[in-house]
Design a protein around this ligand. Structure first.
Ligand code: ADP
Ligand code: MG
Length: 273
């Protein structure tokens, strides 16, 4: 695609960023399809700095595609994502960055991500899973990266398992390592894609407990796709409900979950509840 000149809203977002008041995440008119199948259909969403947003919606509604799109792990057809007023994956004048530069840009934008299936490096210990990216992506010296990893593992209650390989950890422990890894570079925005959906029921609690702690931290912006409605109500400042690739309803958790207005939300809550 030829480089598009900045749209007026893009200039506004950049100006806002310079004034120190950017939205943490700004999604504008995002479109994505796989073949004929439209997955994101003009999706708009804003997450303000420090906000904790729960992303709800039926399976297949496009939650993972949206989160991957926000983190530039997925190419989209049209529309834009701004993180702190800037587009990951593009130069300031709108040219796409080369793939080798995207990881650095993502790191610089301050976005971290936690996946449903943990995605740990299977041949690396818990400590190395956290320290590795700090070295490879952020260029941190090994000794510092490892002590930072130990701090983070302590924070998620896994200091005693730092030398374990993922296959020797429970699912809940693996997900806590993944959270530590995502937090290690001090992200401003943390994206969590159904972080407890792959866990046995008895292991969900320990992961939600860690996320609850993060949600209480000032300044960390979180966007969490989840089917845990009670948890969403408890931690989220706002709930965004997706259906068929766009946002059908959003508002305070209390309101959306108890008095949904859109039939798709009501149906989903009936099935989940
Ligand atoms: P959710 O996370 O809400 O369950 P997804 O974003 O994973 O939804 O998927 C949205 C739709 O896109 C689904 O119908 C899914 O089958 C389809 N989809 C997701 N990834 C791919 C892919 N790589 N290729 C083809 N279709 C995909
Ligand atoms: Mg998903």
């Amino acid at each position: 695609l030829p480089p598009a000149p900045p749209e007026p809203w893009e200039r506004e977002a950049r100006a806002a960023a310079l004034n120190g008041a950017p939205a943490a995440v700004e999604v504008r008119d995002l479109h994505k399809r796989y073949g004929e199948h439209v997955v994101l259909n003009g999706l708009d969403m804003t997450v303000t700095t420090g906000e904790v947003v729960a992303l709800l919606g039926p399976s297949g509604s496009g939650k993972s595609t949206l989160l991957r799109g926000i983190n530039h792990l997925e190419d989209v057809e049209s529309g834009a994502v701004l993180i702190g007023g800037r587009r990951i994956g593009y130069t300031d004048d709108g040219r796409p960055l080369s793939p080798t530069k995207v990881a650095g840009a993502r790191a610089q934008a301050g976005v971290g991500m936690v996946f449903q299936h943990f995605n740990l490096f299977s041949h690396l210990t818990a400590r190395e899973n956290v320290a590795g990216p700090l070295r490879w992506v952020h260029g941190m010296p090994a000794a510092r990266a490892e002590s930072r990893a130990d701090e983070l593992l302590e924070q998620v209650g896994l200091a005693h398992r730092a030398d374990a390989l993922p296959r020797h950890l429970s699912g809940g422990q693996q997900q806590r390592v993944a959270i530590a890894r995502a937090l290690a570079p001090n992200p401003r925005v943390l994206l969590l894609d159904e972080p407890t959906s792959a866990l046995d029921p008895e292991l969900i609690h320990e992961v939600l407990e860690v996320i609850r702690g993060l949600a209480r931290e000032d300044g960390l912006t979180m966007l969490i796709a989840t089917h845990q409605l009670r948890f969403a109500q408890e931690v989220a400042d706002r709930v965004v409900f997706m259906s068929d690739g766009s946002v059908t309803e959003e508002g305070p958790a209390e309101e959306i979950l108890t008095r949904p207005k859109h039939p798709a939300t009501a149906r989903f809550l009936r099935i989940m509840g």
